[in-house]
Design a protein around this ligand. Structure first.
Ligand code: NAI
Ligand code: MG
Length: 335
C-alpha cells in the first residue's frame, strides 16, 4: 500500500503540488493521498507552522510530497521554516538533487549529475548567537561521524544501484580541519567499502569552479549540508532553471519529495508556475523510495517528450507558454 502525505504549503505550492499528485495517480492509481498543512499561512491561522497532526501524518505515511513555505528574512517569534524541521523530525538525512539534461534552451547538453547533500547538521542546525550587543554574530558548525557515515553509505548505495561510476567528496578540510576534516575522513572510510564505485575529492571552491566551467565532469557529489545547498542550486542552472529542479530527502524508512524552488510569491495564484520540478520529484520518490523505477521512467519520459514537442511554461520562454494545468495535461497525455 502506498500512502502519501501531501503538504502544499504557500505561494505556488497549491498549484504545482496538485499537478504532481495528478501525475502520480495516473501511474500509480492505488496510491492513497492524505492532505496536511504547513507553512506561513498555517502559522497565521494556527500559530504554528508545522502542526503536530501534520507531523504525525507524515510519519504514518512514510512518504511526503511537500511544496514550499514562505519565510520572512527577519525573525518572527514562533516561526521557523517547516521544511527544515520536517526533514529533521523524520530523520531524512540525505538530500538528493539530480540535474539531468532536459530539452529546454537554458540546459546544458549531456549534463547528468546528482548532488547528495547531508541534511541534518553543519551550519544549518541553527545554533547561533550574538555578542557585543549584536555587533558579532556567531554560528556553530557541527559535523558528526554518525551523520557523515549514514549519508555517505546512502550515497554509495544510490551510486551502485543506479550504475553511477564516480563519487566526488566535497569539503574544505584544508581550512576546517576538525569539521570538514572529519567529514572527509569518514566519507573516505565508507568509500573503501565500495571498491566498485570510483571516488575522488575536491575542495568546495574548486568544485564550484568546475560546476561552472565543466559540469560534465561530475557524476555523484557527496557534500556537507551548506556546500550541497549552494552547489546543487548552481547545478540546477545547467538543468534549465529552478522550475525544473527536483529533490528527494531520504531517511531509512521515510522520504520527502519536494521541488528545489521556493514558493515564488511573484507568480503565485496565476496558474503559470512550472510543475516540472514537482513532477520530477514524484519520479524520484517512485524510483528511490518506493522502488518503482518503471513508473519513474514513464514520468521522466513523458516530461521529456512534452518539452521536446515544444510544450512549456512561461519560465522556460514566453512565446507559446502553457498554464500549469495545461502543461500537466500534456505530461499526463504522454504517460
Ligand atoms: P523562489 O524559488 O521562490 O523564486 C525564485 C524565482 O524563480 C522567482 O522569480 C520565481 O517566480 C521563480 N520560480 C521559482 N519556482 C518556479 C516555478 N516552479 N515556475 C516558474 N518560476 C519559478 O525563491 P525566492 O524568491 O528566493 O523565495 C521566495 C519565498 O520562498 C521566500 O519566502 C523563501 O523563504 C521561500 N523559499 C522556500 C523554500 C522551501 O520551503 N523549500 C525554498 C526556497 C525559498
Ligand atoms: Mg537552497
Amino acid at each position: 500500500m502506498y500512502n502519501l502525505c501531501v503538504i502544499e504549503g504557500d505561494g505556488i505550492g497549491p498549484e504545482v503540488i496538485p499537478a504532481g499528485v495528478r501525475v502520480l495517480q495516473a501511474v500509480l492509481p492505488e496510491v492513497r493521498v492524505h492532505l496536511a498543512e504547513a507553512g506561513w499561512g498555517t502559522f497565521q491561522r494556527r500559530g504554528t507552522p508545522l502542526p503536530p497532526e501534520t507531523l504525525a501524518l507524515a510519519r504514518e505515511c512514510g512518504a511526503v510530497l511537500y511544496g514550499a513555505a514562505a519565510s520572512p528574512s527577519y525573525g518572527v517569534d514562533g516561526y521557523s521554516v517547516p521544511g527544515v524541521r520536517l526533514r529533521r523530525e523524520l530523520a531524512c538525512y540525505a538530500n538528493l538533487r539530480p540535474t539531468r539534461f532536459l530539452p529546454v534552451p537554458a540546459a546544458r547538453k549531456d549534463v547528468d549529475l546528482i548532488v547528495v547533500r547531508e541534511n541534518t547538521e553543519d551550519l544549518y542546525i541553527g545554533h547561533e548567537h550574538t555578542e557585543q550587543n549584536g555587533e558579532i554574530g556567531i554560528s556553530e558548525k557541527v559535523i558528526t561521524r554518525a551523520a557523515t557515515a549514514r549519508v555517505a553509505r546512502k550515497t554509495y548505495e544510490i551510486a551502485r544501484a543506479s550504475a553511477r561510476e564516480r563519487v566526488t567528496i566535497v569539503h574544505k578540510a584544508s581550512v576546517l580541519v576538525q569539521t570538514d576534516g572529519l567529514f572527509r575522513r569518514v566519507a573516505l572510510e565508507i568509500a573503501a567499502e565500495y571498491p566498485d564505485v570510483a571516488t575522488d575529492e575536491l575542495l568546495v571552491d574548486t568544485a564550484a569552479y568546475w560546476m561552472v566551467k565543466d559540469p560534465l565532469r561530475f557524476d555523484v557529489l557527496l557534500t556537507p549540508n551548506q556546500y550541497g545547498d549552494i552547489l546543487s542550486d548552481m547545478a540546477a542552472a545547467w538543468g534549465g532553471g529552478l522550475g525544473l529542479a527536483p529533490s528527494l530527502s531520504m531517511g531509512d524508512d521515510v522520504a520527502i519529495a519536494e521541488p528545489v524552488h521556493g514558493c515564488a510569491p511573484d507568480i503565485a495564484g496565476l496558474n503559470i508556475a512550472n510543475p516540472t520540478a514537482t513532477i520530477l520529484s514524484v519520479a524520484l520518490l517512485l524510483r528511490y523510495h518506493w522502488c518503482q523505477p518503471e513508473a519513474a521512467r514513464r514520468i521522466e519520459g513523458a516530461v521529456r517528450s512534452a518539452l521536446t514537442d515544444g510544450k512549456h511554461t512561461g519560465d522556460i520562454y514566453a512565446e507559446g507558454a502553457l498554464s500549469t494545468t495545461a502543461f500537466t495535461d500534456e505530461v499526463i497525455q504522454r504517460l
